[in-house]
Design a protein around this ligand. Structure first.
Ligand SMILES: Nc1ncnc2c1ncn2[C@@H]1O[C@H](COP(=O)(O)OP(=O)(O)OP(=O)(O)O)[C@@H](O)[C@H]1O
Ligand SMILES: [Mg+2]
Length: 501
C-alpha cells in the first residue's frame, strides 16, 4: 500500500513540482563513488549528495578549472592534490608560474624547485631519451616561443649544432643514452656555431650570426638558467610526491615558458616510457595554473598529454581566469570542467557554447560565491541525464598556517645563484606571531600583518612586510629587531631600508 502511494506521488505529483523545472543532478551513483577510490570535492546544491570524483566512468582524468581571480581555483587544486595523494598516492608536479604554491607545498612536506634561485635545469639533459628526440623537442620549444620557424636556415643550423654537441660529448644520437655521461649544454652549441663562423667558409654568415644571437639569450652569463648542469633529477620528477617548480624567479615570460615546456616534454616522455600498469587511481597529476602560453599552443605537449594521459594514468589540471586561453584541443577534450564564478559575458558565451548548458546554469555561475562551482563531466558512455550540476561549495582542507618571507627580490644575480645564501624564511603562524609579540606589537597590528600575508597566500616580499609595519607607525628599531630575529643579515637589512625609503 505504502509502495503504491509512493509510486503514485512519483508519477503525478513530482512532475509538477518546482525542482523539475530546475536542472536535476546526475543520479546518485554517478556522484557518490567508493570513498577509497575517489576524491571528495563537495556537496551538491540540489540533493545534497557528497560528490566524489573519479575518472573511471569519464572520458579521461584531465580537468579544466576556470573562474575569476579569487574564485577558488588554486584552493580547489590544492585540495584535489592532497586528497589524491591520500587516496591513490598520486604524485603531483605543479608548474608554478607566479610562485603562489610554494608556501603551501613546503607546509605539505613537498619539494620546491626554485629555478634561477639556486636551481637550474639543463634543457639538453636526456633523462633516458635519445639525443635525436631531445633535439626535436628543443626545436619544438623554439618554434613555440620564437619566430625561428620563419627562418629555416637558422633553424637547420641550430638543430644540426645541437645534434653535433651530443656527438661531441660521446653520445650515440639515435640510441638511449648512457646515464653516466653528462649532457652538453646550450653553451657548447653556441661554441660550435661560433667556431663555424670563425672558419669563415659557410655560405650565409648572416644566418649563422642570427642563429648564434638567438641561442645566446639562453647561454649568456647570468641568464644561463638552462645552460648549466641540472640541480634536479628530472627523471624522478613524476615519482617524487608533491613537487612545485617555481618559475617566478626567471626573468620573463619567455624563460618561464621555456622551462614549463621542457618539463612537460620530459614528463610526457616519462609517461610514455613507463607504459601502462593497472594500478589504482592516478600515478601523477601535472598542474598548469595560468600558464596560457603553454596551455594555448597546439604544438605544446599539454595537448599530447590530454590525448594520451588516460592510458598512462597521468592527469593534467589546467586552470585559468580566461577559458579562451586554454587550447580548444584541451578544453573540448578534458573529462571534467569545473566552472567557478565567471563574470565576463565573452567567457560565459564561450563556455556555454562549448559545454551547452542552460540559461539557469549560466545565471548561477555568474552569481557564485567563493568556492561554488558548476561541474561538467563527459562520461564515456552516453547518459540520459544532464552531465552538469552545481556544488554548494568546494569543501577544502584546513587553511594555511605557514608564512614565507622572501628576500629574493633584493638579491643580486650572484647572490641568487649562491646556494649558501638563504632566500626565504618560513614560519608557522605561532612562531610568526611570537616574533611579532616579542617586538611589542599590539594585537590589532599583528592581525593586520597576518591579513596582508594571507592576501598573498602566505608568501610575502620582505619589503612589503616592512612597508606595512612602517605604515602602522611601528618604530624602526623594533622593525630592525624583528628582521634580525627572523635571521636576516645586517647587510640585507640595510638594503631593505634603502629599497623602501
Ligand atoms: N572552497 C573554498 N573554501 C574556503 N575558502 C576558499 C575556497 N576557495 C577559495 N577560498 C579562499 O579564497 C581565496 C582565493 O582563492 P584562490 O587563491 O584559490 O583563488 P584563485 O581562483 O586561484 O585566484 P587567482 O586567479 O587570483 O589565482 C583564498 O584565500 C582561499 O583560501
Ligand atoms: Mg590561483
Amino acid at each position: 500500500m505504502t509502495l503504491l502511494r509512493i509510486q503514485n506521488v512519483m508519477s503525478n505529483e513530482l512532475a509538477k513540482r518546482a525542482f523539475f523545472s530546475r536542472p536535476p543532478e546526475p543520479p546518485f551513483e554517478f556522484l557518490l563513488n567508493d570513498p577509497t577510490d575517489s576524491i571528495f570535492i563537495g556537496i551538491t546544491k540540489l540533493f545534497k549528495v557528497p560528490f566524489t570524483w573519479t575518472f573511471a566512468s569519464l572520458t579521461n582524468p584531465h580537468l579544466a578549472i576556470v573562474g575569476i581571480t579569487g574564485a577558488g581555483k588554486s584552493f580547489l587544486i590544492k585540495t584535489f592534490l592532497i586528497r589524491a595523494s591520500y587516496i591513490w598516492n598520486t604524485n603531483a608536479i605543479i608548474i608554478d608560474w607566479a610562485g603562489e604554491y610554494k608556501a603551501w607545498v613546503r607546509q605539505s612536506g613537498g619539494t620546491v624547485v626554485s629555478l634561477a634561485k639556486g636551481d637550474f635545469i639543463n634543457i639538453m639533459d636526456l633523462s633516458g631519451m635519445k639525443p635525436l628526440d631531445r633535439t626535436k623537442q628543443i626545436m619544438n620549444s623554439f618554434d613555440i616561443l620564437t619566430d625561428i620557424s620563419n627562418y629555416p636556415e637558422q633553424r637547420r643550423l641550430t638543430a644540426e649544432a645541437i645534434e653535433q654537441s651530443y656527438l661531441n660529448a660521446g653520445f650515440d644520437i639515435a640510441n638511449p643514452p648512457d646515464p653516466k655521461k653528462d649532457a652538453p649544454t646550450i653553451k657548447d652549441v653556441v661554441a660550435l656555431l661560433e667556431e663555424k663562423l670563425e672558419e669563415n667558409t659557410y655560405q650565409y654568415p648572416a644566418e649563422l650570426e642570427n642563429a648564434i644571437y638567438r641561442l645566446r639569450q639562453f647561454s649568456r652569463e647570468g641568464e644561463d638558467f638552462f645552460a648549466k648542469k641540472s640541480t634536479i633529477d628530472l627523471g624522478k620528477l613524476s615519482t617524487s610526491g608533491l613537487v612545485s617548480i617555481d618559475l617566478s624567479g626567471l626573468p620573463d615570460e619567455q624563460f618561464r615558458a621555456m622551462a614549463a615546456l621542457f618539463i612537460l616534454q620530459t614528463l610526457k616522455e616519462k609517461m610514455r616510457a613507463e607504459g601502462w600498469s593497472a594500478s589504482k587511481g592516478l600515478k601523477a597529476i601535472i598542474v598548469l595554473d595560468e600558464a596560457w602560453k603553454i596551455a594555448g599552443d597546439d604544438r605544446s605537449d599539454a595537448v599530447m598529454i590530454v590525448r594520451e594521459g588516460r592510458k598512462y594514468q597521468f592527469g593534467l589540471i589546467v586552470a585559468s581566469q580566461n577559458p579562451t586561453d586554454i587550447n580548444e584541443a584541451i578544453f573540448s577534450n578534458v573529462g571534467t570542467t569545473i566552472m567557478l564564478r565567471v563574470r565576463f559575458e565573452k567567457f560565459m558565451n564561450y563556455l556555454q557554447g562549448s559545454l551547452n548548458f542552460s540559461q539557469f546554469i549560466r545565471s548561477e555561475i555568474s552569481k557564485f560565491g567563493v568556492g561554488q562551482a558548476a561541474i561538467d563531466m563527459s562520461f564515456h558512455t552516453s547518459v540520459q541525464f544532464p552531465d552538469i550540476f552545481i556544488l554548494d561549495k568546494v569543501v577544502g582542507e584546513i587553511p594555511l598556517d605557514m608564512y614565507t618571507i622572501t628576500v629574493a627580490e633584493i638579491l643580486n644575480q650572484d647572490e641568487l645563484n649562491n646556494t649558501a645564501i638563504q632566500k626565504e624564511y618560513t614560519f608557522s603562524k605561532m612562531e610568526m606571531n611570537s616574533k611579532l609579540v616579542e617586538i611589542n606589537l599590539g594585537s590589532g597590528i599583528i592581525e593586520k600583518v597576518f591579513k596582508e600575508m594571507d592576501a598573498k597566500s602566505g608568501l610575502v616580499d620582505i619589503r612589503l612586510l616592512v612597508q606595512a609595519l612602517i605604515r602602522d607607525n611601528v618604530n624602526k628599531d623594533l622593525i630592525l629587531e624583528f628582521l634580525r630575529s627572523i635571521g636576516i643579515s645586517d647587510i640585507l637589512i640595510t638594503r631593505i631600508f634603502t629599497f623602501i625609503t
